[in-house]
Write a new protein. Structure first.
Length: 130
């Protein structure tokens, strides 16, 4: 559990500008926001980015004009669905995988409908199936 604090951490060795540059450089290499958060926690000792930046990683990237074309959670569901399909091509009688594919696709289409309604992705967007 993270402690509630609004004070800037005193143990940081890098300045806020350097931390911002690390985040921007990682985002330009197409590293997702969740991985950037893990990297900041493990390598730079920043447990809560909001304390340093005043906002979350996604909001910071949006302010700097670096926005992913597909949200990270939607992209991970598409990849998960494709991995299950690839598994089913090799194991056609795996009934549990067929069931999980249905659950994953249901979750994927619910999230896709939400993002289309909010205007995050285009109305004509369709996930790529392998």
């Amino acid at each position: 559990m993270k402690p509630f604090t609004l004070q800037e951490p005193i143990y940081l060795e890098k300045t806020f500008g350097e931390i911002e540059q690390v985040i921007i450089a990682a985002a330009k290499k197409n590293i997702p926001a969740s991985v950037i958060g893990h990297m900041l926690r493990d390598k730079h000792g920043i447990g809560k980015v909001e304390v340093v930046l005043g906002c979350g990683i996604n909001e910071f990237l949006r302010k700097n004009g670096i926005v992913a074309s597909i949200p990270e959670d939607l992209e991970s569901l598409i990849n998960h669905s494709n991995r299950i399909r690839a598994h089913l091509r090799l194991n056609k009688n795996d009934k549990d995988a067929k069931y999980r594919l249905g659950l994953t696709n249901s979750r994927l289409h619910r999230l896709l409908r939400y993002y289309k309604d909010k205007g995050v992705v285009e109305k004509t967007f369709k996930p790529k199936k392998i």
